[in-house]
Write a protein that binds this ligand. Sequence first.
Ligand code: F0G
Length: 465
Amino acid sequence: MNPVADKTKIATRPSQLRCIGCGAIADHADQDFRCQNCGDLFEIFYLGWSGSASSKAARPDPASLKQLWLNRKSSFLPSDTSGVWRFREMLPALKTGNEPITLREGNTPLYDLPGCARAAGVNALLAKHQGMNPTASFKDTGMTVAASFARQGGFRWVACASTGNTSASMAAYAARGGMRSLVLIPEGKISWGKLSQSLDYGAVTCQLRTDFDGCVKVLSDVVKRMPVYLLNSVNPYRLEGQKTAAIELLEQLGWEAPDHLIVPGGNLGNSSALGKVLVEMKDLGLITRLPKLSVIQAEGANPFVRSIREHEGKTLTPVEADTLATAIRIGNPASWKKALRVMEATAGTVEQVSEVEIALAKAEIGADGVGCEPASAVTLAGLKTLVKKGFVKPVENIVLILTGHVLKDPEFTLKFHRGDLFQGTRHEGDARGLASQQRAPIVLDASVDAVIRTLEQFDRAASQK
Ligand code: F0G
């Protein structure tokens, strides 16, 4: 028995599913996680957490919560060493006796990025690196929760449509939890690293001749006909897990909210999750003010940006998505209404960035010794634009959420440094400016002199800068 866990006096809050469209409350959702009344998405809602004075007594005391979470850092219990379940008072509770499926996800570092700060024209810049999770993306924080609920529900099969990271994560957690997994991915449009992960973790991996949005369509019919548990981010349990990244971040910042949180936007689950918990933390008194949460999309996959700029967020018209940041090659994001709501609640904004801007930002994050996959780099590229537009001030505190590890897409990185990422594309002209960031491998004879000459050449070049 663990003394820390034993002393826990703070009760887990009862939670319900609430439709974001019509407000209907449900104890459980259908296989497709859509409201039966209006077809909209559900969110998890904690009873007694709203702002009314009458519910104040039911709310956990913020100082005790912070202390409890800190104490768990000295525990060796799986649910305490998980950087998600350590914050379990903020999560829906599993039934007594049901242990979570955990790979010790979360616990991700907060890095400073001095070179990137200079490139963006700000005084300082931090990055919360969610690529440092067990399967190397932020998806693990959500998957531990949703996969645990799938197992509790008695499902033998779990499934997702994916641009590669959800599938890698789902396959791993299904394997750990003794469930089978079905992956639908767009053929030829995800990185090999991600595909190889889902094969290794034992998923049944189907490459469909369509894009991500097409995979989602097929899967939503499959789950209606088969007893398969859907693990896409329409599953609100996933978002509950993903939100813990923001709790961990605030703890790392001594519970001082930054001015800005900048997040990549694809299917818009992650921004929704992080924004939801910012509001919850403010309601509970864990933080005193909200950071502005801003969402960045690739120009070629920008339906959310267009919805806000062209339709004031009233409707979203799907686009045919195209970007080399394949993780966010999504034209019809499921969670756009949730993302809109949190963006408005936190007074954030949206921005879009070009392919060349993404590639440059990724190399800059690499040059700070951190690295990330292309989709994560939209955050730095977007920040540069937000600074130029005056939305972000150079003196403000800014945190980028980096969502995937640099090794997720080595093909992109190699092509970038060899100078052929944009060869034969309409971006070729713009890409000429990237030369100073390109560090192609050098092929030499196996000679000491040749290596020393190369070193000297680089030294001379550096001293002339
Ligand atoms: N960054 C990375 C590395 C991703 O894999 C994703 C989404 C996003 C950002 C966008 O997050 O969808 O919550 O807005 N990847 C999904 C997948 C779609 O299938 O792996 P979002």
